[in-house]
Ligand binder design. Structure first.
Ligand code: SAM
Length: 323
Protein backbone atom coordinates (compact mmCIF):
# COMPACT_ATOMS: atom_id res chain seq x y z
CA UNK A 1 0.00 0.00 0.00
CA UNK A 2 2.74 2.42 1.06
CA UNK A 3 4.75 1.43 -1.99
CA UNK A 4 1.74 2.01 -4.23
CA UNK A 5 1.28 5.50 -2.86
CA UNK A 6 4.85 6.28 -3.95
CA UNK A 7 3.82 5.36 -7.52
CA UNK A 8 6.92 3.27 -8.06
CA UNK A 9 7.73 2.02 -11.57
CA UNK A 10 5.49 -0.64 -13.03
CA UNK A 11 8.38 -3.08 -13.21
CA UNK A 12 8.94 -2.88 -9.44
CA UNK A 13 8.18 -6.57 -8.94
CA UNK A 14 10.66 -7.55 -11.62
CA UNK A 15 13.26 -5.25 -10.09
CA UNK A 16 12.73 -6.67 -6.62
CA UNK A 17 13.06 -10.21 -7.99
CA UNK A 18 16.36 -9.24 -9.61
CA UNK A 19 17.53 -7.52 -6.43
CA UNK A 20 16.86 -10.70 -4.55
CA UNK A 21 19.09 -12.65 -6.95
CA UNK A 22 21.92 -10.09 -7.03
CA UNK A 23 24.68 -9.77 -4.46
CA UNK A 24 24.14 -6.46 -2.64
CA UNK A 25 27.72 -5.38 -2.85
CA UNK A 26 30.99 -7.02 -3.61
CA UNK A 27 33.56 -5.45 -1.33
CA UNK A 28 36.36 -6.19 -3.79
CA UNK A 29 35.92 -4.53 -7.17
CA UNK A 30 38.65 -6.68 -8.68
CA UNK A 31 37.28 -10.02 -7.64
CA UNK A 32 36.16 -12.49 -10.35
CA UNK A 33 32.74 -11.47 -11.54
CA UNK A 34 29.93 -13.98 -11.64
CA UNK A 35 27.15 -13.32 -14.12
CA UNK A 36 23.82 -12.02 -12.91
CA UNK A 37 20.65 -12.62 -14.92
CA UNK A 38 19.66 -8.96 -14.89
CA UNK A 39 22.75 -7.74 -16.69
CA UNK A 40 22.70 -10.64 -19.09
CA UNK A 41 19.27 -9.66 -20.31
CA UNK A 42 19.93 -5.92 -20.30
CA UNK A 43 23.18 -6.11 -22.24
CA UNK A 44 23.51 -9.08 -24.61
CA UNK A 45 27.00 -8.07 -25.73
CA UNK A 46 28.21 -8.01 -22.12
CA UNK A 47 27.04 -11.58 -21.83
CA UNK A 48 28.79 -12.39 -25.08
CA UNK A 49 32.22 -11.30 -24.01
CA UNK A 50 31.71 -12.62 -20.54
CA UNK A 51 31.00 -16.09 -21.83
CA UNK A 52 34.05 -15.85 -24.07
CA UNK A 53 36.23 -14.86 -21.15
CA UNK A 54 34.72 -17.59 -18.97
CA UNK A 55 35.31 -20.21 -21.61
CA UNK A 56 38.85 -19.65 -22.72
CA UNK A 57 42.08 -18.47 -21.19
CA UNK A 58 42.81 -16.47 -24.34
CA UNK A 59 40.37 -13.59 -24.49
CA UNK A 60 40.27 -12.02 -27.95
CA UNK A 61 40.94 -8.43 -26.88
CA UNK A 62 41.39 -5.96 -29.73
CA UNK A 63 44.81 -4.37 -29.86
CA UNK A 64 44.44 -0.71 -28.90
CA UNK A 65 46.04 0.33 -32.21
CA UNK A 66 43.34 -1.49 -34.15
CA UNK A 67 40.64 0.76 -32.80
CA UNK A 68 39.86 4.27 -33.92
CA UNK A 69 42.13 4.16 -36.90
CA UNK A 70 39.35 4.29 -39.45
CA UNK A 71 39.21 1.79 -42.28
CA UNK A 72 37.30 -1.41 -41.85
CA UNK A 73 37.94 -1.65 -38.07
CA UNK A 74 36.11 1.59 -37.31
CA UNK A 75 32.88 0.27 -38.82
CA UNK A 76 32.54 -2.10 -35.87
CA UNK A 77 31.85 0.68 -33.37
CA UNK A 78 28.15 0.25 -32.69
CA UNK A 79 25.79 3.13 -32.00
CA UNK A 80 25.62 4.05 -28.32
CA UNK A 81 22.28 5.78 -28.76
CA UNK A 82 19.31 4.58 -26.79
CA UNK A 83 16.47 6.70 -28.24
CA UNK A 84 14.31 6.49 -25.11
CA UNK A 85 17.18 7.74 -22.94
CA UNK A 86 18.06 10.54 -25.36
CA UNK A 87 14.40 11.66 -25.35
CA UNK A 88 14.41 11.86 -21.54
CA UNK A 89 17.32 14.32 -21.62
CA UNK A 90 15.93 16.32 -24.53
CA UNK A 91 12.76 16.92 -22.49
CA UNK A 92 14.65 18.64 -19.65
CA UNK A 93 17.47 20.28 -21.64
CA UNK A 94 16.49 23.81 -20.64
CA UNK A 95 17.08 23.12 -16.96
CA UNK A 96 20.81 22.34 -17.09
CA UNK A 97 21.98 25.47 -15.30
CA UNK A 98 19.15 25.59 -12.77
CA UNK A 99 20.95 24.41 -9.66
CA UNK A 100 17.59 23.65 -8.01
CA UNK A 101 16.19 21.81 -11.06
CA UNK A 102 16.41 18.17 -12.20
CA UNK A 103 20.19 18.39 -12.46
CA UNK A 104 20.58 19.55 -8.85
CA UNK A 105 22.26 16.23 -7.86
CA UNK A 106 24.88 16.71 -10.61
CA UNK A 107 25.56 20.29 -9.51
CA UNK A 108 26.02 19.03 -5.95
CA UNK A 109 28.21 16.12 -7.09
CA UNK A 110 30.44 18.36 -9.18
CA UNK A 111 33.02 19.49 -6.58
CA UNK A 112 33.73 15.87 -5.55
CA UNK A 113 33.93 14.64 -9.15
CA UNK A 114 36.24 17.48 -10.14
CA UNK A 115 38.47 16.85 -7.17
CA UNK A 116 38.78 13.15 -8.19
CA UNK A 117 39.47 14.06 -11.84
CA UNK A 118 41.99 16.72 -10.90
CA UNK A 119 43.95 14.48 -8.55
CA UNK A 120 43.97 11.38 -10.78
CA UNK A 121 44.82 13.25 -14.00
CA UNK A 122 47.51 15.34 -12.28
CA UNK A 123 49.13 12.22 -10.88
CA UNK A 124 48.93 10.39 -14.20
CA UNK A 125 50.14 13.25 -16.37
CA UNK A 126 52.65 14.45 -13.74
CA UNK A 127 51.08 17.84 -13.18
CA UNK A 128 51.14 20.01 -10.09
CA UNK A 129 47.57 19.80 -8.74
CA UNK A 130 48.09 23.05 -6.83
CA UNK A 131 48.94 25.13 -9.88
CA UNK A 132 46.27 27.47 -11.23
CA UNK A 133 45.81 25.58 -14.50
CA UNK A 134 47.04 22.03 -13.82
CA UNK A 135 45.42 20.52 -16.93
CA UNK A 136 46.98 23.06 -19.32
CA UNK A 137 47.82 21.46 -22.66
CA UNK A 138 45.75 18.30 -22.15
CA UNK A 139 43.12 17.47 -24.75
CA UNK A 140 40.07 16.18 -22.90
CA UNK A 141 36.72 15.02 -24.25
CA UNK A 142 33.62 15.17 -22.04
CA UNK A 143 31.29 12.55 -23.56
CA UNK A 144 27.61 13.14 -22.75
CA UNK A 145 28.45 16.66 -21.57
CA UNK A 146 24.85 17.81 -21.22
CA UNK A 147 24.78 21.57 -20.66
CA UNK A 148 28.49 21.66 -19.86
CA UNK A 149 28.51 21.62 -16.08
CA UNK A 150 31.68 19.50 -16.06
CA UNK A 151 33.22 20.79 -19.31
CA UNK A 152 33.41 24.33 -17.94
CA UNK A 153 35.40 23.59 -14.76
CA UNK A 154 37.74 21.37 -16.83
CA UNK A 155 38.39 24.30 -19.17
CA UNK A 156 39.05 26.57 -16.18
CA UNK A 157 41.66 24.05 -15.02
CA UNK A 158 43.44 24.66 -18.34
CA UNK A 159 42.33 21.68 -20.45
CA UNK A 160 41.49 22.01 -24.13
CA UNK A 161 37.96 20.64 -23.81
CA UNK A 162 35.67 19.08 -26.40
CA UNK A 163 32.14 18.45 -25.12
CA UNK A 164 29.84 16.13 -27.04
CA UNK A 165 26.26 15.11 -26.43
CA UNK A 166 23.56 13.25 -28.33
CA UNK A 167 20.99 15.97 -27.63
CA UNK A 168 21.23 19.02 -29.88
CA UNK A 169 19.45 21.27 -27.35
CA UNK A 170 22.02 20.41 -24.68
CA UNK A 171 24.81 21.48 -26.99
CA UNK A 172 23.10 24.78 -27.83
CA UNK A 173 22.65 25.55 -24.13
CA UNK A 174 26.24 24.52 -23.36
CA UNK A 175 27.55 26.82 -26.10
CA UNK A 176 25.54 29.83 -24.94
CA UNK A 177 26.57 29.34 -21.32
CA UNK A 178 30.27 28.83 -22.10
CA UNK A 179 30.40 31.89 -24.33
CA UNK A 180 29.72 34.20 -21.39
CA UNK A 181 33.15 33.56 -19.81
CA UNK A 182 36.46 33.97 -21.69
CA UNK A 183 37.91 31.01 -19.75
CA UNK A 184 35.26 28.65 -21.12
CA UNK A 185 34.55 30.24 -24.49
CA UNK A 186 37.20 28.02 -26.12
CA UNK A 187 35.30 24.78 -25.36
CA UNK A 188 34.36 23.00 -28.57
CA UNK A 189 30.84 21.65 -28.30
CA UNK A 190 29.41 19.26 -30.84
CA UNK A 191 26.21 17.23 -31.09
CA UNK A 192 27.64 13.81 -31.86
CA UNK A 193 28.55 10.48 -30.28
CA UNK A 194 31.79 8.83 -29.23
CA UNK A 195 31.54 6.24 -31.99
CA UNK A 196 31.10 8.92 -34.66
CA UNK A 197 34.31 10.62 -33.50
CA UNK A 198 36.08 7.26 -33.63
CA UNK A 199 35.13 7.10 -37.31
CA UNK A 200 36.82 10.50 -37.73
CA UNK A 201 39.99 9.12 -36.09
CA UNK A 202 39.86 11.64 -33.22
CA UNK A 203 42.00 10.99 -30.16
CA UNK A 204 42.33 12.71 -26.79
CA UNK A 205 44.68 12.56 -23.79
CA UNK A 206 41.69 11.82 -21.57
CA UNK A 207 38.12 10.71 -22.15
CA UNK A 208 35.56 11.48 -19.47
CA UNK A 209 32.01 10.15 -19.31
CA UNK A 210 30.22 10.98 -16.08
CA UNK A 211 26.76 9.55 -15.42
CA UNK A 212 26.37 8.52 -19.06
CA UNK A 213 27.14 4.80 -19.25
CA UNK A 214 23.83 3.89 -17.55
CA UNK A 215 21.99 5.67 -20.38
CA UNK A 216 23.71 4.19 -23.45
CA UNK A 217 22.56 1.30 -25.65
CA UNK A 218 25.38 -1.01 -24.60
CA UNK A 219 28.07 -0.18 -22.02
CA UNK A 220 30.75 -2.45 -23.46
CA UNK A 221 30.39 -1.01 -26.97
CA UNK A 222 30.42 2.47 -25.44
CA UNK A 223 33.66 1.77 -23.54
CA UNK A 224 35.26 0.35 -26.68
CA UNK A 225 34.57 3.68 -28.36
CA UNK A 226 36.06 5.51 -25.38
CA UNK A 227 39.09 3.24 -25.68
CA UNK A 228 39.51 4.12 -29.33
CA UNK A 229 39.16 7.83 -28.57
CA UNK A 230 41.87 7.69 -25.89
CA UNK A 231 45.49 8.03 -26.97
CA UNK A 232 47.75 5.14 -25.88
CA UNK A 233 48.96 5.93 -22.36
CA UNK A 234 46.03 8.32 -21.93
CA UNK A 235 43.32 8.08 -19.31
CA UNK A 236 39.61 7.73 -18.80
CA UNK A 237 37.30 8.69 -15.97
CA UNK A 238 33.83 7.17 -15.74
CA UNK A 239 31.22 7.60 -13.06
CA UNK A 240 27.96 5.72 -12.65
CA UNK A 241 25.67 4.05 -10.10
CA UNK A 242 26.19 0.62 -8.59
CA UNK A 243 23.48 -2.04 -9.02
CA UNK A 244 22.78 -2.53 -5.33
CA UNK A 245 19.69 -2.45 -3.15
CA UNK A 246 21.02 0.74 -1.57
CA UNK A 247 21.32 2.37 -4.98
CA UNK A 248 17.74 1.39 -5.79
CA UNK A 249 16.59 2.90 -2.49
CA UNK A 250 18.55 6.14 -2.87
CA UNK A 251 18.98 6.86 -6.59
CA UNK A 252 15.49 5.73 -7.62
CA UNK A 253 13.07 5.62 -4.69
CA UNK A 254 14.46 8.61 -2.77
CA UNK A 255 15.79 10.85 -5.55
CA UNK A 256 12.99 10.25 -8.06
CA UNK A 257 9.94 9.39 -5.95
CA UNK A 258 10.39 10.99 -2.54
CA UNK A 259 12.57 14.09 -3.01
CA UNK A 260 11.48 14.55 -6.66
CA UNK A 261 15.05 15.64 -7.49
CA UNK A 262 14.89 13.84 -10.83
CA UNK A 263 11.98 13.11 -13.17
CA UNK A 264 10.49 9.68 -12.44
CA UNK A 265 11.97 7.05 -14.73
CA UNK A 266 15.31 8.86 -15.17
CA UNK A 267 17.12 5.73 -14.04
CA UNK A 268 16.52 2.04 -14.67
CA UNK A 269 18.01 -0.07 -11.93
CA UNK A 270 18.82 -2.97 -14.27
CA UNK A 271 21.05 -0.65 -16.32
CA UNK A 272 23.32 0.16 -13.39
CA UNK A 273 26.73 -1.52 -13.45
CA UNK A 274 28.58 -3.00 -10.54
CA UNK A 275 32.22 -1.89 -10.15
CA UNK A 276 33.32 -5.42 -11.10
CA UNK A 277 31.41 -5.21 -14.37
CA UNK A 278 32.81 -1.78 -15.14
CA UNK A 279 36.36 -2.93 -14.46
CA UNK A 280 35.92 -5.90 -16.81
CA UNK A 281 34.28 -3.86 -19.54
CA UNK A 282 37.09 -1.31 -19.32
CA UNK A 283 39.70 -4.04 -19.40
CA UNK A 284 38.18 -5.30 -22.63
CA UNK A 285 38.43 -1.76 -23.97
CA UNK A 286 42.20 -1.69 -23.21
CA UNK A 287 41.96 0.27 -19.95
CA UNK A 288 43.30 -0.83 -16.60
CA UNK A 289 41.37 0.66 -13.72
CA UNK A 290 43.81 2.14 -11.23
CA UNK A 291 41.61 4.04 -8.85
CA UNK A 292 38.00 4.04 -7.76
CA UNK A 293 36.10 6.09 -5.20
CA UNK A 294 32.57 6.29 -3.92
CA UNK A 295 30.71 9.59 -3.90
CA UNK A 296 28.74 9.67 -0.71
CA UNK A 297 25.72 11.86 0.05
CA UNK A 298 25.26 13.10 3.59
CA UNK A 299 21.55 13.88 4.02
CA UNK A 300 22.24 15.91 7.17
CA UNK A 301 24.60 18.41 5.51
CA UNK A 302 23.23 18.00 1.99
CA UNK A 303 26.81 17.61 0.79
CA UNK A 304 28.57 14.97 -1.30
CA UNK A 305 32.11 13.82 -0.60
CA UNK A 306 34.54 11.21 -1.89
CA UNK A 307 34.66 8.04 0.19
CA UNK A 308 35.59 4.36 0.07
CA UNK A 309 31.92 3.41 -0.08
CA UNK A 310 31.17 2.44 -3.69
CA UNK A 311 27.74 0.96 -2.95
CA UNK A 312 25.80 3.76 -4.70
CA UNK A 313 27.57 6.45 -6.76
CA UNK A 314 31.13 5.73 -7.77
CA UNK A 315 33.82 7.08 -10.06
CA UNK A 316 36.68 5.16 -11.70
CA UNK A 317 39.98 6.19 -13.24
CA UNK A 318 41.59 3.97 -15.88
CA UNK A 319 44.72 4.11 -17.99
CA UNK A 320 44.78 3.08 -21.64
CA UNK A 321 47.43 0.51 -22.34
CA UNK A 322 50.24 1.85 -24.49
CA UNK A 323 50.14 0.01 -27.82
C1 SAM B 1 22.95 12.20 -16.63
S1 SAM B 1 23.47 13.23 -17.91
C2 SAM B 1 25.16 13.51 -17.46
C3 SAM B 1 25.70 14.81 -17.96
C4 SAM B 1 27.15 15.13 -17.62
N1 SAM B 1 28.04 14.08 -18.07
C5 SAM B 1 27.31 15.35 -16.15
O1 SAM B 1 27.53 14.39 -15.43
O2 SAM B 1 27.17 16.49 -15.70
C6 SAM B 1 23.66 12.12 -19.31
C7 SAM B 1 23.96 12.86 -20.59
O3 SAM B 1 24.38 11.91 -21.56
C8 SAM B 1 23.77 12.23 -22.80
N2 SAM B 1 23.75 11.00 -23.59
C9 SAM B 1 22.95 9.92 -23.44
N3 SAM B 1 23.29 8.96 -24.32
C10 SAM B 1 24.33 9.46 -25.04
C11 SAM B 1 25.13 8.93 -26.08
N4 SAM B 1 24.92 7.71 -26.55
N5 SAM B 1 26.12 9.69 -26.59
C12 SAM B 1 26.33 10.95 -26.10
N6 SAM B 1 25.61 11.50 -25.12
C13 SAM B 1 24.63 10.75 -24.59
C14 SAM B 1 22.43 12.79 -22.43
O4 SAM B 1 21.87 13.59 -23.45
C15 SAM B 1 22.78 13.60 -21.18
O5 SAM B 1 23.13 14.89 -21.48
Amino acid sequence: MALRSLRLPRDLCKTLRLLHRTPLQNPNPYSPYSPSPSVASAYPSLLQWRSRSDAAPQIPIKESGEEGKGGSGSDSFASSLNPAEVAKFAAIAETWWDSEGPFKPLHLLNPSRISFIRSTLCRHFRRDPYSARPLEGLKIIDVGCGGGILSEPLARLGAAVTGIDAVEKNIKIARIHAASDPLTASIEYCCTTAEDLVRLNKQFDATIALEVIEHVADPSDFCRSLGALTAPGGATVISTINRTLRAYATAIVTAEHILNWLPKGTHEWSKFLTPEELVMILRRASFSVEEMAGVFYNPLTGEWSLSDDISVNYIAFGVKQAS
